[in-house]
Write a protein that binds this ligand. Structure first.
Ligand SMILES: NC(=O)c1ccc[n+]([C@@H]2O[C@H](COP(=O)([O-])OP(=O)(O)OC[C@H]3O[C@@H](n4cnc5c(N)ncnc54)[C@H](O)[C@@H]3O)[C@@H](O)[C@H]2O)c1
Length: 347
């Protein structure tokens, strides 16, 4: 059996999805929708498609895929996800699942009602070192996890060049910490109940006129009593060699674990710069893309084919969205925020 797949949003991640799909024998990319029609010719040339759609609704109605991959900007995931569900199509959605906690709860409800599969692209769970941390903790090697710390910071080129079209409407918590929060909840096997967060708006405001956080630091209290601190900033100088500077640790009752991923194991210096070339998440080894990103996509295809629950569920997506929403409210208003219960419908 071969699943028919479509993609909505053919930017950096949509294109990466299309490349990964080529390597799974039981899926076939039949169409893509990209709202920027000027890019259609180059997309079609790269992926061997005759034409591309501008309107994803038209694509879903004409092509009738079995699975759809949503890779639009952070705040534009909900509408295509729901449009797919209304047509009985399984969904893989880029992280964060949505940037609105009420929308996230509606997605969880829809998955429960329809029995359709949804996987959020928290692909770091497929990165071997992070998976090893989960395995050690869930195997009881450090006892109950008590204290977590996560830092994920990027050079200023990420919001102002790589994501220039939409970063001002997002934040480093959505773009960077969403992965760390998902990992920490998975490692702790727990959900946050309370957050306190502070943020700074200075560099992006002064240099670009954006009302966007340069960075935030937040502390989360989990239901079972553990705590974790998250830091995300995207104003490092462009000369910084890491993309991102990423560090995570967990202290348990009887031990500790940490992953320092910033240098990605490869160091390079040339006449004009020093860098740590990326190779762990999505990297082409001869003819095949390897790493956490293709593994995560292939795992979703397998979940659909085997009719099993994906490893990152809609509920997991809701937890991260609700946590970051609460962190932003805490930073905006200078207060401690309690998380809503899933099922309460909102804030
Ligand atoms: N899982 C990960 O590790 C990871 C890494 C980077 C980015 N992301 C996420 O992936 C998503 C996309 O990020 P990106 O870096 O590819 O952004 P991008 O700006 O490169 O691509 C987004 C694309 O969506 C298109 N688009 C917007 N609205 C559309 C619509 N209604 N219909 C069709 N096309 C539409 C845009 O024209 C653009 O080409 C974001 O949510 C981002 O946070 C995930």
């Amino acid at each position: 059996m071969q699943l028919k797949a479509n993609i909505v949003g053919m930017g950096i991640m949509g294109s990466a999805v299309a490349r990964s799909l080529k390597n799974h024998p039981q899926v076939r990319l039949t169409a893509v929708a990209e709202s920027n029609a000027e890019r259609h010719a180059s997309i079609c040339a790269e992926f061997g498609l005759e034409s591309a759609y501008t309107d994803y609704i038209e694509m879903l109605d004409v092509e009738k895929p079995e699975v759809v991959f949503v890779a639009t900007p952070d705040w534009a995931h909900f509408a295509p996800v729901m449009a797919a569900f209304e047509r009985g199509i399984h969904v893989y959605v880029e992280k964060p699942m949505t940037t609105d906690v009420v929308e996230a709860a509606q997605i969880v409800k829809k998955v429960a009602e329809t029995g359709l599969k949804l996987q959020v692209s928290y692909n770091h769970r497929w990165l071997a070192p992070y998976h090893a941390v989960w395995e050690q903790i869930s195997g009881g090697k450090i006892g109950r996890p008590l204290i977590g710390y996560a830092r994920k910071n990027n050079p200023i080129s990420v919001p102002t060049k790589m994501l220039a079209a939409w970063a001002k409407d997002s934040s480093p918590l959505w773009f960077q910490s969403s992965h760390d929060i998902d990992l920490m909840c998975w490692w702790f096997d727990d959900v946050p109940v309370e957050v306190t967060c502070r943020g700074v708006k200075s560099v992006l405001k002064e240099r670009f006129g954006w009302d966007t956080y340069d960075g935030l630091q937040g502390q989360v209290r989990f239901q079972k009593g553990g705590i974790a601190t998250f830091e995300a900033a995207w104003v490092y100088p462009e000369t910084h060699p890491a993309l991102p500077d990423s560090f995570m640790s967990v202290i348990g009752e009887r031990g500790h674990l940490q992953v320092d991923r910033k240098d990605e194991a490869v160091e390079m210096s040339t006449d004009d710069r020093f860098s740590w070339p990326r190779s762990l998440l999505n990297y082409k080894v001869f003819e095949r893309w390897v790493g956490a990103f293709p593994s995560c996509i292939h795992s979703f295809i397998d979940a659909v084919l085997e009719d099993r629950e994906p490893h990152v569920t809609a509920r997991d997506g809701w937890v991260v969205t609700a946590t970051i929403d609460a962190m932003h409210r805490s930073a905006d208003e200078g207060v401690t925020v309690m998380l809503p219960a899933l099922g309460s419908g909102g804030k």
